[in-house]
Design a protein around this ligand. Structure first.
Ligand code: 2U9
Length: 344
């Protein structure tokens, strides 16, 4: 019995020493000291030990048990400490390491430009109005002095869904809806941003889907000078520089008289370059005094009220402001292009 106890002491000592995990150690504790453990099973043989021997064997067995427990406890705390060190090492954060930059999205340049335009007009007392992209022929054309057979309709080749329903070709129907909703109240001072659709072949300056920001002011005594003043101020705020502007006569079915506004070329300052085709001038928008027939369609008596309206293309404004030469960049989701606008 004594040598079996000594042999067990040796074996237990070396296997406890060799234990590499707390799990393993737990199994050893059960294997040696458990109810069905090896020490317990040896001690079941005590009945076979000579009575005078039993106290000695008993004492030896207890001494071996407490030696094992002590060794098990020490090994356990060593393993716990080692596990903690390993976890600390593993979890050590080197705060000097550069952080992993989460790929942040950026606002799309077109959305950024639309918001720049909105902020400028809101700053001049305008409200933002929006409306449906799927429009009726009445609001998209009729109410805007473009009756069914009007030739100008072809200027805006349209995506018809039914003979009476189409994808809007401009945001002008929003102005008509807003006038109706205002039931003759003045002032009307709105800008209408949004997507528009024209059956056009995409090239460097045209897209079948693009955006517009149109505007409308209706009140008593509104004249071209208001139009000129407000649009000049807009152009200077948008391009952030002193600008020459000029109005050139033009034609739109929904405005009379109609003009196009040019600014001195933002690339060459007016000296003439590739961008302004050596003219020194760049067209940025169209505008005019609201046609009396359109005012009437909106529920405003053209004898008492006048108004002006304008329209611009945010893609074109972005191309001018950021020197972009192909409108398709805005739609092809090329991150190399879009990432350039991080700061907008
Ligand atoms: C109402 C009355 C008048 C809106 C106008 C323009 C001139 C214009 C172009 C800008 C860029 C179209 O996308 S574009 O090519 N638009 O030049 N738009 S006046 O006139 C209106 C609108 C609504 C009730």
């Amino acid at each position: 019995m004594r040598d079996r106890l000594e042999a067990l002491r040796e074996e237990a000592a070396s296997s406890i020493q060799a234990a590499e995990s707390l799990e393993q150690l737990k199994e050893l504790r059960i294997k040696y000291l458990g109810k069905k453990g090896e020490l317990t099973s040896i001690l079941r043989g005590m009945k076979d030990v000579a009575p005078e021997e039993r106290p000695v064997i008993g004492g030896l067995a207890n001494e071996i048990r407490s030696a094992m427990e002590k060794q098990l406890d020490e090994k356990e705390s060593d393993l716990q400490e080692a596990a903690l060190k390993a976890r600390l090492k593993e979890e050590t954060i080197d705060v000097t390491l550069p952080g992993k930059q989460a790929p942040l999205g950026t606002i799309h340049p077109i959305q950024a430009v639309i918001e720049q335009i909105e902020d400028i007009f809101i700053g001049m007392g305008f409200e933002v109005a929006e409306g449906p992209e799927v429009e009726s022929d009445y609001y998209n054309f009729e109410a805007l002095n473009l009756p069914k057979e009007h030739p100008a309709r072809d200027m805006q080749d349209s995506f018809y869904i039914t003979p009476e329903i189409l994808l809007r070709t401009h945001t002008s129907p929003v102005q008509v809806r807003t006038m109706e909703a205002k039931e003759g109240q003045v002032p009307v001072k709105i800008i209408c941003p949004g997507k528009v659709y024209r059956r056009d072949d995409d090239d460097a300056t045209h897209s079948h889907q693009f955006t517009q920001v149109e505007g409308l002011v209706v009140d008593r005594g509104i004249s071209m000078s208001e139009l000129n003043g407000i649009l000049l101020s807009f152009a200077e705020q948008f391009f952030g520089m002193e600008l020459e502007t000029r109005l050139r006569p033009s034609y739109f079915p929904f405005t009379e008289p109609s003009v196009e506004m040019d600014i001195s070329c933002v690339m060459c300052g007016g000296k003439g370059c590739r961008v302004c085709k050596q003219t020194g001038w760049i067209e940025i928008l169209g505008a005019g005094m609201v046609h009396p027939r359109v005012l009437e369609h909106g529920g405003y008596n053209a004898e008492r009220y006048t108004g002006f309206a304008f329209g611009m293309g945010p893609e074109r404004m972005a191309m001018l402001k950021y020197g972009i030469d192909d409108i398709r960049h805005f739609y092809t989701n090329d991150l190399r292009f879009l990432r350039q606008f991080k700061t907008l």
